[in-house]
Every structure is written in structure tokens, then in C-alpha cells.
Design a protein around this ligand. Structure first.
Ligand SMILES: CC[C@H](C(=O)O)C(=O)SCCNC(=O)CCNC(=O)[C@H](O)C(C)(C)COP(=O)(O)OP(=O)(O)OC[C@H]1O[C@@H](n2cnc3c(N)ncnc32)[C@H](O)[C@@H]1OP(=O)(O)O
Length: 327
């Protein structure tokens, strides 16, 4: 039995909302929100640990980075099961996202490639496990952990891209929808099969789909459950890039992500992403502008800004010296 999500968390969240309704200091809410966030992360860790026994050693989530530390790869590996996610892999995905968010060795990472292996991206949750070992409460806990993990993946400071080299189905499509960008191999396909299983998205993909394509197209993609090819995905705005006919998805993704990888000041890029993500998720313009000002205050006269201004000054002085010499 998976650890059932701590009811107190819900209680705390409910208590947190109360001050905002004019009962007591709003600042108390901030403290309560921080406490709720801590309780939520502790809950996620508990559910992840409860999921770990569900899956074989063969299935795993791999997190790697290049020598420079600027690029990282998060790979879904479950050969023989089209990279379906076992409970163990869901726990490892939670761990990998936490490492990317908090790990010192990923502080200078600017780009994250989320990919499958072999000829498939991911076929969703491991049906074998779901059918055999999960109670309704287990399913609810798994859904909550995966929703929060994919939400955290989206909110990472790194610019992320899903590299879809083959099929993406069910929960696999929900992982694809959780990254900043999506690059598809020209022969790749995408199918939200949930309704054909008597299910609905369990990992937050329905909400992200509406945000990406709008209500009407989301009805088509989710309720109609069509198998979409790369051109159809590009037309819907789900694919940001489709590989050339003789190009791998990996090569297309490297090409697409180059501007972010080449960015001279990764901290500024991460700050810009934070502003965009915050403004997208908050309808209150004042709250968004306040967040933007906070991010700006950290960048202004920061190491990167000072380095850029010094470079401009050196170039200006070199220009003046050259002009003096010409006189
Ligand atoms: C929490 C629910 C979650 C959500 O969306 O919210 C979900 O993801 S529910 C699961 C949704 N996914 C599916 O329904 C996909 C089921 N799989 C298939 O339709 C096919 O396997 C396909 C199209 C992915 C690949 O078909 P193909 O003919 O190319 O290969 P096989 O069917 O022979 O599959 C090879 C091998 O992989 C096993 N497999 C594939 N998908 C899964 C899966 N999701 N869970 C467990 N195992 C999977 C399949 O059983 C075959 O293994 P074998 O030992 O040979 O039976």
C-alpha cells in the first residue's frame, strides 16, 4: 500500500488559503505556504520510496551531462517495454528532476534533453504493474507524484526539450507535453490513448495540452485519441521542430537547442525562463511584475552583467584607441 498522501498537506493548503480571504495577516500565509511546500516535497519523497519496489532492474531513468556541464540528458530506459514507466522509474524520474533542480553539478546546465531509447520515446505507465498491484489509492498517489514531478520538470531552470524518436503514448505523451519544447523525428507519432483505456490523463497532460493547443484542439487530441504524425503535430503546435527525412531526432534537437546552449550568460537565460514561466502560470499582472522585478534585481550588477559591461567598456576603449591612432 503506497503511503497515502498526507491529508494534513491538504489541510495546510486549505488553512493557507484562509488568510488570503481577509482572516489574519497575509504574511502568515507565506509561512504556511512554505510549510506546505516542504510537506508536499516530503510527501513526494515518501510516495516515490513506496513506488520503488514496483519494477525490474532493467527499467531505469538515466541522468547524464556532458563534460562542460552545459548539456544534460534524461533518458527513459525500459528495453522490451517501449520504455514504459514502472513504479521504480517514476521514483527515479522524481529523483532526477530533484537533482537537476538542487544538485550543484547541474548549476551551469542550460539545456536538458528528455529522450527515450531504441526506437520509441515512451508508451506511458507500465500496464503490467498498474493492473496487478495498484489499488485505487495507489493510483491516486502515483498520479499526484507524477503530476508534481512533471510540473517540477517544466519549472526547472534548464531549457528542456522532448526528443521524440518514435512513438509516444499515454503517459509518454504527458511527459512530452511537460518540457519547454518538443522535437519529433519525421516518422514519430503521438497518441493520447487514455480514453481508449477508460482512463483520463493521470500525469497532468490534459491541463498542459489545453495550455498548448487551446480547448477545441485539445478535445480533438484527447477525446478523439487520434494517432498524430509529425506533420499533424507541427500543424497543432505540439511539435516545435520536425527532423529532416534523413535526420535523427537527436540531431534535430541539438540544432534546435543550439541558441540556448550557446548563450553566453546561462544565469540570464534561466532568469528569463523563470519570468516567462511565472507570467504564464499567474494571471495577476502585479504578482508577475513583482516576480520580474525580483529576478531583475538579482541580475542587475550580478557577475554576468558586470562581465558583459566590462566587455563593452573594453571594446569601446579599443575603438577609441584605434581612432586616436588613425588621427
Ligand atoms: C497512469 C496512466 C497513464 C496515463 O496516460 O495517464 C498511462 O500511460 S496508461 C498506459 C498507456 N499506454 C498504452 O496503452 C500503450 C500500450 N502499448 C501498446 O499499445 C503497444 O505496445 C505499442 C503501440 C506501444 C507498441 O506496439 P508494438 O506492436 O510495436 O510492440 P508490442 O506491443 O509488441 O510491445 C513490445 C513489448 O512492450 C510491452 N509494452 C508496450 N507498452 C507497454 C506498457 N505501457 N506497459 C507494459 N508493457 C508494455 C509489450 O507488452 C511487449 O512486451 P511483451 O513482453 O512482448 O508482451
Amino acid at each position: 500500500m503506497l503511503v497515502s498522501r498526507c491529508a494534513a498537506t491538504v489541510g495546510k493548503a486549505r488553512r493557507c488559503a484562509a488568510p488570503l480571504r481577509g482572516h489574519g495577516s497575509p504574511w502568515a500565509c507565506l509561512g504556511s505556504r512554505a510549510a506546505s511546500a516542504t510537506a508536499e516535497r516530503e510527501d513526494m519523497a515518501r510516495i516515490a520510496d513506496a513506488l520503488r519496489p514496483y519494477g525490474s532492474e532493467e527499467g531505469r531513468v538515466r541522468l547524464e551531462k556532458d563534460a562542460s556541464g552545459r548539456q544534460a540528458w534524461l533518458s527513459l530506459v525500459n528495453p522490451g517495454k517501449k520504455n514504459a514507466l514502472s513504479g521504480k522509474m517514476m521514483a527515479e524520474l522524481h529523483d532526477a528532476v530533484k537533482e537537476l533542480r538542487e544538485g550543484d553539478e547541474y548549476k551551469s546546465t542550460t539545456t536538458l534533453f528528455v529522450q527515450g531509447t531504441e526506437d520509441f520515446f515512451c508508451s506511458g505507465a507500465d500496464l503490467g504493474i498498474l493492473m496487478k498491484k495498484f489499488t485505487r489509492q495507489d493510483g491516486l498517489d502515483m498520479s499526484w507524484l507524477m503530476q508534481r514531478t512533471l510540473h517540477d520538470l517544466r519549472a526547472l531552470p534548464q531549457i528542456s526539450v522532448a526528443v521524440v524518436n518514435g512513438g509516444a503514448m499515454g503517459g509518454g505523451t504527458e511527459i512530452v507535453l511537460s518540457t519547454d519544447f518538443r522535437v519529433f523525428q519525421s516518422k514519430a507519432n503521438f497518441r493520447m490513448v487514455q480514453t481508449t483505456l477508460g482512463l483520463v490523463p493521470g500525469w497532468g497532460g490534459g491541463t498542459r495540452l489545453v495550455n498548448l493547443v487551446g480547448r477545441t484542439k485539445a478535445l480533438e487530441v484527447l477525446c478523439g485519441a487520434p494517432k498524430l504524425d509529425a506533420d499533424g503535430l507541427a500543424e497543432l503546435g505540439i511539435a516545435d521542430c520536425v527532423s529532416g527525412p534523413d535526420e535523427t531526432a537527436e540531431a534535430a534537437a541539438e540544432r534546435f537547442m543550439k541558441p540556448f546552449y550557446d548563450a553566453k550568460y546561462p544565469g540570464a537565460v534561466q532568469g528569463a525562463k523563470s519570468i516567462i514561466g511565472f507570467a504564464h502560470d499567474h494571471s495577476d499582472i502585479d504578482v508577475s511584475l513583482n516576480h520580474e522585478r525580483e529576478v531583475f534585481s538579482r541580475a542587475w550588477q550580478g557577475e554576468e552583467n558586470k562581465h558583459a559591461l566590462a566587455e563593452i567598456d573594453r571594446a569601446r576603449q579599443a575603438r577609441r584607441a584605434a581612432q586616436q591612432q588613425q588621427k
